[in-house]
Design a protein around this ligand. Structure first.
Ligand code: KG4
Ligand code: ZN
Length: 358
């Protein structure tokens, strides 16, 4: 079964053709960095309009490279969480296409799509897929959470951010330092030349599997207020110190989740999983503890249509298609909360599969 996947939840217009084994036939992504850069973050109205302009050409190219319309057996589209206006563009386009061709249609949760990205098999890239179940750290611009993943139909949430997502923290830090948008890749590059021990920054909420990055952002803001925006080596040192603080918290909690669940497979997904500091620290810690680490290539970590197509294929195989009334949602709806919350943290709390990142 070949599925056309469409992704428009934020600032990437993505379309791809993937089969139910995860083989990627085409994967086209049009980013909008240049449009949002001047604002230091994604502007929803600009994002929706750009998706509208790009969705046609992006899907046309993905279909053509994926074997043509005749080869497509189903359509999967990101339903949420994300920017509602942006989601509507992909959903409407995908529904119309599926309706016109008489194909099955399925709405896909963006976070679930990220979680299954390691199973994508891209030409020329080695596939490194874990066996189920596994622990996953999902760290992106809108979400930061830890899950225990048993399959497409059972995903338990173990912890999530209470304020900013990790990628958002990178983006806000970069804005403070005048480094442009998106901030993650720039800080990653500067941090590689810096000394992470130079500045002392907080590691918040270490006793929990939940995350909080707003205190770290404030600490950086206070530093900049007191000393100004540094330049040269000092800027690299500040980026390295900031990155180290984010990365240490992410890795420490992901490893703790593995321990608590006695799980020896850890997956890193989401845009922040492209971070070299995160990859390096996770590798060191996992190796030392005999945990197998799986990190998809950066092209599968950041938003793309291929992960949506594959998650859609899994859902359809499990007999789950959507009706034509399917509508976008900005935040993840409530799903199951893992027992670990009760075990480790003293009682269940309201929560969702996708977290409350929006
Ligand atoms: O998964 P993604 O493409 O979109 C969302 O679903 O949010 O993640 C985008 C986020 C941005 O915040 C970006 O700054 C961050 O991922 N990011 C990085 C790196 N590459 C992208 N953060 C740290 N280091 C990177 N190399
Ligand atoms: Zn994403």
């Amino acid at each position: 079964m070949r599925v056309l996947g469409i992704e428009t939840s934020c600032d990437e217009t993505g379309a791809a053709v993937v089969d139910d084994e995860g083989r990627v036939y085409s994967d086209v992504v049009a980013s909008q960095f240049e449009l949002h850069g001047p604002y230091g973050g994604v502007v929803p109205e600009i994002a929706s309009r750009a998706h509208l302009e790009r969705i046609g050409p992006v899907v046309a190219r993905a279909v053509e490279e994926g074997g043509g319309l005749e080869a497509i057996d189903a359509v999967a589209v990101t339903q949420g969480p994300g920017l509602v206006g942006a989601l509507l563009v992909g959903l409407s386009f995908g529904k119309a296409l599926a309706w016109g061709r008489g194909l099955p249609f399925v709405g896909v949760d963006h976070l679930v799509a990220h979680l299954f990205a390691p199973f994508l098999q891209r030409k020329g890239l080695e596939k490194q897929a874990p066996e189920l179940p596994f622990i996953a750290l999902l760290a992106s611009g809108g979400h930061t959470a830890i899950y225990e993943v048993w399959g497409i139909e059972r995903i338990d949430l173990l912890g999530q951010t209470r304020d900013d997502a990790a990628g958002e923290a990178f983006d806000k830090a970069a804005k403070l330092l005048g480094l442009g948008y998106p901030g993650g890749p720039v800080i990653d590059r500067l941090a590689a030349q810096g000394d992470p021990l130079r500045f002392e920054l907080p590691r918040p909420m270490m006793a929990s599997l939940d995350f909080s990055f707003s205190g770290l952002k404030s600490a950086l803001a206070r530093h900049v207020e007191a000393h100004g925006v540094p330049e040269g080596k000092e800027l690299c040192d500040l980026c390295a110190s900031f990155q180290e603080a984010v990365v240490e918290v992410l890795v420490e909690k992901a490893i703790r989740a593995c321990r608590l669940r006695r799980m020896r497979r850890l997956v890193l997904v989401g845009g922040v999983a492209a971070n070299r500091g995160l990859r390096a620290l996770a590798k060191r810690r996992a190796e030392a503890l005999g945990i197998e680490l799986f990190v998809p290539p950066p092209v599968s970590c950041t938003d793309n249509g291929a992960m949506v197509a594959y998650a859609g294929a899994l859902l359809l195989k499990a007999g789950k298609s959507s009706g034509w009334d399917v509508a976008p949602y900005p935040r993840a709806p409530g799903t199951r909360r893992g027992k670990i919350r009760a075990l480790a943290l003293g009682g269940p709390k309201k929560s969702t599969l996708g977290g409350e990142g929006g």
